[in-house]
Ligand binder design. Structure first.
Ligand SMILES: [Zn+2]
Ligand SMILES: [Zn+2]
Length: 263
């Protein structure tokens, strides 16, 4: 088989994997929403259809570079992914997960802030903010330009930072679960993860909901580090969990933690 065909097949397979992973994760959490908060997505059918279409387009944009790199990993030893846990000390496993999440978070924070400038917002990021309020289907609802900024992250990191294949699977799982739950419209995590001392540094739905409500704040992905450092953290939003009427707002400003300041 020619190399080109093999690479194309790998890119196609990865697109399928990313697309199916999205559908399963979002469907699962949408179902959980239906059980826990029936009616929360009432009247949002049109929006959710669009979220699914944009997300499936994003799956291809994510899948192609990931598939190319996966081929290079298997056939050419391109990456720094290792599969023998003894290759690096055990303490490096959690550190590598943190390094990946922190690098992704940093990239996301700055590209996200850039995308809130008027031109990139109008051209690209408005697609993501058309979800008002977001739902479990909005996890990958991005304009292709924005999807591209996200798609290069993990394929670049595996070329640079050593990671065990299992730790990489954990990073991808965290990425998927947080992407979906941050947009779900309610908080699934226990209070100490978003309300307590740990919550002052971690991003869950309560934090990202406020980004979708107020726009020019709370730009982070996993951690509040950059938001707090740059004065863009406006604290947590809150959820109106009463079943929605058509066009009703599902987000209320709860005041949250202090820290005003625009980007
Ligand atoms: Zn969002
Ligand atoms: Zn935004």
């Amino acid at each position: 088989m020619s190399v080109l065909l093999a690479v194309a097949l790998s890119a196609f397979a990865m697109t399928l994997i990313v697309g199916v992973r999205y559908l399963i994760a979002s469907a699962g959490f949408a179902l959980a929403t239906r059980i826990r908060h029936p009616g929360l997505y009432a009247g949002l059918d049109r929006q959710m259809r669009k979220e699914i279409l944009w997300s499936l387009a994003s799956a291809a944009i994510y899948g192609i570079p990931a598939g190319i790199i996966a081929w290079g990993w298997q056939n050419r030893g391109w990456t720094r992914i290792y599969s023998d846990a003894a290759d690096w000390p055990l303490w490096y496993l959690p550190l590598s997960v943190f390094l990946y999440l922190f690098a992704h978070d940093s990239w996301f924070y700055w590209t996200h802030r850039w995308m809130h400038r008027p031109r990139p917002f109008r051209i690209a990021h408005a697609v993501h903010h058309a979800s008002r309020p977001p739902t479990a289907w909005a996890a990958m609802s991005f304009h292709p330009i924005e999807a591209l900024t996200g798609a290069v992250v993990i394929p670049s990191l595996v070329l640079l930072i050593p990671i065990h294949v299992g730790a990489l699977a954990l990073v991808l799982t965290i990425m998927t679960v947080m992407g979906v739950t941050n947009h779900m419209g309610w908080e699934i995590f226990p209070r100490f993860l978003h309300g307590g001392r740990l919550g002052a540094w971690l991003i869950t739905a309560s934090h990202h909901q406020r980004h979708h409500a107020d726009y020019r704040c709370n730009y982070g992905l996993y951690f509040r580090f950059w938001d707090r450092l740059c004065g863009t953290d406006r604290g947590l939003g809150s959820f109106d969990l009463a079943p929605r009427g058509r066009g009703g707002a599902a987000v209320r400003d709860a005041g949250g933690r202090g820290g005003a300041g625009n980007a």
